[in-house]
Design a protein around this ligand. Structure first.
Ligand SMILES: [Zn+2]
Ligand SMILES: [Zn+2]
Length: 330
């Protein structure tokens, strides 16, 4: 087995199971450290002392060179529980919510693009965080402008990287980025990340304002709940879901089906309400690392179980149709 492929696949599987970021980073760093080395160089005992190589990554490299599938990889592959086939997953053409190391993601944009291509995506929207989310290294207007140049440089070759943002919905329902920048971006996902315990009435007004904002395309992880995982659990925000989903349906804003297993947002009852309200949906990974782009299968399984009409899932649409929708209010 190729040692570089082994290290990369291990990092990918660690990311998908959302283990500590330091673990997957160690494998990505080792992969970067051995890139371009010959088999002879990889066999030298001195490799262990090279920066970026540790005991476990060294072991993986040696096992791969010996023609084996490294033990660590065998174990991770076995643990990667299949979510089960759905008819919706193969219909998904891309993803409108992802992060890179520009904010709180783990890797450069290139690694996200490679993984999205590897999954057969036709497009990916890069939606790093907005300025006020300082804990996530949110992008200032200047940094976002710089990122837009980089993202535009990726276009072509049958794959489209869309410019975007996951913009914070501020307490009063306004958005945490300059309006002309939101206007210029391909995709605007609006999400609340603070004051999630706000009272029902102001929380409703906050989310309705975001849904009615003509710059917004997708309402991200609408309740903010956490149902499992390292960050612990968090109850859903309280708001008048009927009013929020009516605003989404009226303005053509897609309700995000956030695929992260710790979010599973919106909850089943709310998803059923959004279907009844006539909303559009976007099944997104909210990936913070390449391996997490594959989490879409969880969102697809939930959409299927709850009977989300496929023609209302914008991420099943051909790119020209998706673009027409994204540009509806710009
Ligand atoms: Zn978010
Ligand atoms: Zn996000």
């Amino acid at each position: 087995m190729d040692p570089l492929d082994a290290l990369t696949e291990i990092a990918y599987l660690l990311e998908r199971e959302r283990s500590s970021r330091y673990k997957s980073k160690a494998f990505r760093a080792a992969a970067a450290a051995i890139e371009g080395l010959t088999v002879e160089q990889l066999r030298e005992p001195g490799l262990r002392r090279r920066p970026g190589i540790g005991d476990s990554t060294f072991a993986v490299i040696q096992q791969a060179l010996a023609g084996e599938v490294p033990e660590r990889l065998v174990k991770l592959r076995a643990e990667a529980a299949p979510v089960g086939g759905t008819t919706i997953r193969p219909l998904l053409r891309g993803d409108l919510h992802s992060h890179s190391e520009w904010s709180d993601g783990l890797t450069p944009i290139d690694a996200m693009v490679d993984a999205a291509r590897g999954l057969g995506h036709e497009y990916l929207a890069l939606t790093d965080h907005s300025p006020r989310l300082t804990v996530a290294n949110g992008l200032s207007p200047e940094r976002l402008r710089a990122q837009m140049q980089v993202v535009r440089g990726h276009r072509g070759d049958g794959f489209t990287l869309l410019t975007g943002i996951e913009v914070d919905i501020l307490d009063d329902g306004s958005l945490d980025q300059e309006d002309d920048l939101l206007h210029a971006l391909d995709v605007v996902v609006a999400s609340a990340h603070s004051k999630l315990r706000m009272e029902r009435r102001p929380m409703t007004a906050r989310l309705v304002a975001a849904a009615r904002n003509p710059r917004v395309d997708v309402l991200g992880h609408v309740t903010g709940r956490l149902v499992e995982g390292a960050r612990g659990t968090r109850p859903p925000s309280e708001f008048d879901a009927e009013a929020v989903f009516a605003a989404c349906a009226e303005s053509g804003v897609a309700v995000e089906i956030n695929s992260r297993p710790e979010r599973q947002d919106p909850p089943d009852e709310l998803l059923a309400q959004a279907i009844a309200a006539g909303c559009l949906f976007s099944i997104d990974s909210d990936a913070h690392a390449p391996g997490q782009l594959s989490l879409l299968d969880h969102g697809a399984a939930r959409a299927e179980a709850l009977g989300v009409p496929v023609d209302r899932i914008v991420t099943t649409w051909p790119l020209p149709q998706l673009r027409e929708w994204l540009e509806r209010s710009r």
